[in-house]
Design a protein around this ligand. Structure first.
Ligand SMILES: [Zn+2]
Length: 181
């Protein structure tokens, strides 16, 4: 995988509890910043773009507008926003809209970093949100198909920012293509 840093902070620890059972601990490290001002210029720009892209969302049912903007390995920028539907399960999250666009326009180009923001029209937008379970699965698969980890920047319209070094860290014990062999 592309991120050496991620490999160092993603660890499985095992303890032999007795002769019949081992206990495994999964842990990973991520960065927490007080605000966007603490980020590097490039990361701050990407998060600001994600905040802007929340305005492109089609979310008349949840009123929860999500924006995602990614920088690809080739320097290109790709965006996505959530696209809802009156038939609710048809709706797509911003992250998967972005990944589908990236794969269609720039096939086989890895995603370096993805910033995700949101505008909750029913409440506050002042803390980081994390991708839903379905998007975690999609992010994991994308990392595998281009053989590079995806760094995530998570933040609302204001407030703290999380930086996750590798998206698949959010989905331990995951189901992958290896399980189908
Ligand atoms: Zn999702």
């Amino acid at each position: 995988m592309g991120s050496t840093q991620a490999m160092l902070v993603w660890t499985f620890l095992s303890n032999q509890m007795n002769d019949r059972m081992q206990q495994h601990h999964y842990q990973f490290a991520f960065e927490v910043y007080d605000s966007i001002e603490e980020l590097t210029e490039e990361d701050a720009w990407l998060l600001n773009e994600a905040r802007e892209v929340t305005g492109m969302a089609y979310a008349p049912y949840s009123n929860f507008q999500v924006g995602a903007v990614a920088k690809l390995k080739n320097g290109e920028i790709v965006a996505g926003s959530n696209q809802e539907n009156a038939s609710f399960p048809v709706g797509l999250c911003a992250e998967r809209v972005l990944l589908a666009s990236a794969a269609s326009i720039f096939p086989k180009i890895p995603v370096d970093t993805m910033a995700i923001s949101y505008h909750n029209n029913n409440g506050e937008s002042n803390h980081p949100i994390s991708p839903c379970g379905m998007c975690r699965q999609a992010l994991l698969e994308y990392e595998g198909r281009v053989n590079q980890s995806i760094r995530l920047i998570l933040g609302g319209l204001e407030g703290k920012v999380y930086v996750i070094p590798q998206a698949s860290m959010l989905l331990p014990l995951s189901f992958t293509s290896n399980d189908l062999k």
